[in-house]
Ligand binder design. Structure first.
Ligand SMILES: Cc1ncc(COP(=O)(O)O)c(C=O)c1O
Length: 465
């Protein structure tokens, strides 16, 4: 024991002070902690978490960022992870482990058409692996020209420089440049704010066709892949129109462009299907996932590919460099796949994907009712237990409310013991959406509690309007 280490503080005030003195929090302007305390969370059971001061919150965010899909306090997952750590905590991914092999096999049964799982430890990293595969493929099959990746406006693919280079959130990316070359964007698909000024029903799905414009602009010989969230998450919860993905698929086929679907948020049940892309008619070449894979009980991410993509790296024509020369050190942690095996089993045994569909429908109905009552609700959209509520000060002009007002709504809910999400410094004038992503175990009782809190918050924050 190192006697110089400080003792673990016993009193709640001590831990708050310790946190304030030592931790640099994610996504947080730290000046706020000069005048108030951070919420230090101590215990979670089901959908409720309790802080060190004894206040309990209903969590409508699955751990803040759509992660803890099975709820807190799952002893079964913890026990499986504990046993795995005792048996074999880690080995580098150039070796095999039992949970790694078994989880990959079980995961692939949910992903017809895909057949290889590459492990890493975060969503950003899983996406970077996909990008590296595309770039290396361009070198193996040609002179490296066909390496560019097209991404969609309002999508987010992670925090690393490569992932940020493919992110369409101007405030998230601001000041972090210069970015990696070889990335270029095309239009988002939010009908409520159509980038082409069209109306769904009388449009030609210009948003999907804009991918072709981007490919032609960059030069088809230079474009290797398009990366897309199946449903944009942090960029506003944006499900595409039903015609969208078949058009994307057709364009990609025509120009020999791979489809990389980022399921980091949608993966494993969140939208009421195993994967978000499975709602749509599309055959991805690469699928990445992270948050829900082990429901937050361990860090794990996966880059899943087709067998034909994998084979490009297997048959290397004697070239010493033509295999995937990549490693993720913590992709070799066995806790991730051990927790993933339990996550898959619980999703099936408790019929949680069906529950997500049923409860998602109920939640949408409740929110449409709130929209009738509150003119500030401009749009409600989502799929399954993955919902965005866009707030506007004027429905006709669709004038967004300010980020401060959106934060005030979330803050009012928090005061009243309900945690909801919101757009967090992503866009210069569109940080105006509230996000709901309750755990997939939710019942109508919790959903009623959540909508009641939002109802009260909207009444309070916008009472002067
Ligand atoms: C769609 C999407 N992709 C990738 C990421 C990055 O994942 P991570 O934070 O685990 O690197 C996120 C994180 O929120 C995300 O929402």
């Amino acid at each position: 024991m190192n006697s110089a280490l400080p003792k673990t503080p016993a009193a709640n005030d001590d831990i708050i002070a310790t946190d304030k003195a030592a931790v640099w929090h994610h996504l947080s302007p730290h000046q706020q902690w000069d005048t108030k305390d951070p919420i230090v969370l101590k215990k979670g059971v089901g959908m409720r978490v309790t802080d060190v001061k004894g206040k309990t919150y209903l969590d409508a965010t699955s751990g803040g960022v759509w992660c803890v899909n099975l709820g807190f306090g799952r002893e079964r997952i913890a026990e499986a992870v504990r046993q795995q750590l005792v048996d074999l905590c880690y080995f580098a991914g150039s070796y095999a482990t039992e949970p790694g092999a078994l989880f990959a096999q079980q995961l692939l049964t949910k992903m017809p058409g895909l057949s290889r799982v590459y492990y890493s430890s975060s969503g950003s990293e899983a996406n970077e692996k996909g990008y590296k595969m595309v770039r290396q493929l361009a070198h193996m099959k040609g002179d490296g020209t066909k390496h560019k990746i097209i991404y969609r406006d309002r999508d987010y693919h992670g925090t690393t420089i490569g992932a940020l280079s493919s992110t369409g959130h101007e405030q998230r990316t601001a000041h972090y440049g210069p970015f990696a070359p070889g990335f270029s964007s095309f239009a988002h698909c939010l009908c409520y704010r159509c980038p082409f000024g069209k109306t769904y029903g009388s449009c030609n799905i210009e948003c999907a066709r804009d991918l072709e414009t981007a490919i032609l602009r960059e030069g088809p010989d230079s474009v290797g892949a398009v990366v897309l969230e199946p449903i944009t998450a942090g960029g506003g919860v944006i499900p595409p129109p039903p015609e969208y993905f078949p058009i994307i698929q057709e364009i990609c086929q025509r120009y020999g462009v791979l489809i990389h679907i980022d399921e980091v948020v949608c993966g494993l049940g969140r939208t009421g299907a195993w994967f978000g892309y499975q709602h749509y008619d599309v055959k991805p070449d690469i699928v990445t996932m992270a948050k829900g894979v082990a429901s937050g009980y361990a860090a794990i991410s996966c880059t899943v590919t087709t067998e034909s993509l994998f084979n490009e790296f297997k048959h290397n024509d004697g070239n010493a460099l033509n295999y995937f020369r990549d490693i993720s050190t913590f992709g070799g942690c066995t806790a991730g796949p051990a927790a993933g095996i339990q996550t898959l089993a619980i999703l099936e045994e408790e019929n949680l994907i069906q529950n997500t569909r049923d409860m998602g429908d109920y939640l949408m109905d409740q929110l449409y009712a709130l929209q009738e009552k509150h003119p500030v609700i401009g749009d409600v959209r989502g799929k399954g237990l993955f919902v965005g509520i866009e707030l506007v000060s004027d429905r006709t002009q669709k004038t967004p409310v300010t980020e401060q007002q959106t934060a005030a709504v979330a803050g009012h809910c928090l005061e009243n013991g309900v945690m909801i999400g919101r757009t967090n410094r992503s866009f210069s004038d569109l940080n105006n959406s509230l996000y709901l992503s309750p755990a997939l175990i939710t019942t109508k009782t919790e959903l009623d509690e959540i909508t009641t809190a939002i109802d009260a918050a909207l009444s309070s924050v916008f009472s002067q309007q």
